[in-house]
Design a protein around this ligand. Structure first.
Ligand code: PEP
Ligand code: MN
Length: 286
């Protein structure tokens, strides 16, 4: 029996905005960033430190994640820290360091923008712009990245519903940019043992409702490095088009989020098991 997509989604308690709606396109959107394609049959792995700290930390970590099988490097230079007294990131210097090390290592990178004034500079240098959880409803920023013609990694707000998440993507789409990857990174619930509650049901729901690729961040989604491999495998099994994970060459010395960062050995072991999970559902890890 044919299912009515609208009724189906409305019964899920959400109306789907027009441009992000899967019904408006006959095929899923593929997003290409730095030569890497998201939303095809391959599962793409993004890995790197929470924050760019210094040249050695970034170059060693980049080299190790590439050797372990990551296709893209992550690293924040403009950091949205909960406390103004915590390390705020290296700013423009960090972006230039990312660019240099990414080119030297041969791995493209994604990095966060927090403010409309940073978009032009970051867009000139990065392969993909990240809009973080705290800025998912920063509408001027969404419009600005929509005008940038760069691929956008849009993270789900920590208290955003699926509908609000899709509306944030709609802001970017409405500026003419359809190169958007949605990222589930956990939501706030009453549960304190994990940093966030990783909503893996968002993966099939977002793919059901929209034509955009969906990836998962099990690092911020759990807040515990020991949980990351399990939830990373679960995310791939749930149909995620990729993962973004925090990896640090010395997690104990990280200036930011070390407790949820994998070390390079754990990362490469995880990659081996992810390839098996992907194969079991007819996909490959890129
Ligand atoms: C990050 O990925 O560096 C980050 C700050 O994540 P989030 O916006 O999901 O908290
Ligand atoms: Mn982090």
């Amino acid at each position: 029996m044919a299912t009515d997509f609208y009724n189906d989604s409305l019964s899920a308690g959400c109306s789907i905005p027009p441009l992000v709606n899967r019904k408006t396109k006959s095929y899923p959107t593929k997003v290409t960033a730095g030569g890497i394609t998201f939303g095809g049959s391959e599962v793409v792995i993004i890995a790197g430190p929470c924050a760019v700290e210094n040249h050695e930390q970034l170059s060693e970590t980049a080299r190790m994640v590439k050797a372990g099988g990551a296709s893209m490097l992550r690293g924040g230079a403009f950091k949205p820290r909960s406390s103004p007294y915590n390390f705020q990131g290296l700013g423009q210097e960090g972006i230039l360091m990312l660019r240099e090390i990414s080119r030297a290592t041969g791995i493209p990178f994604v990095t966060e923008v927090m403010d409309t004034r940073q978009v032009e500079f970051v867009a000139e240098n990065a392969d993909m712009l990240q809009v973080g959880s705290r800025n998912m409803q920063n509408y001027p920023l969404l419009k600005e990245v929509g005008l940038s013609h760069k691929p956008i990694l849009l993270k789900r707000g920590m208290m955003a519903t699926i509908e609000e998440f899709l509306l944030a993507a709609e802001y970017i789409l409405s500026q003419g940019n359809d190169q958007i990857i949605l990222c589930e990174r956990g939501i706030r619930t009453f549960e304190p043992t994990t940093r966030n509650t990783l909503d893996l049901s968002a993966v099939p729901m977002l793919k059901h409702m929209s034509h955009l690729p969906v990836i998962v961040d099990p690092s911020h989604g759990t807040g515990h490095s020991w949980m990351v491999p399990t939830m990373a495998r679960a995310a791939v099994a749930a149909g995620a088009d990729g993962l973004i994970m925090e990896v640090h060459y010395k997690p104990d010395e990280a200036l930011c989020d070390g407790y949820q960062s994998l070390d390079p050995d754990d990362f490469s072991q995880l990659m081996t098991s992810l390839r098996k999970v992907a194969a079991a559902i007819g996909r490959e890890v890129m």
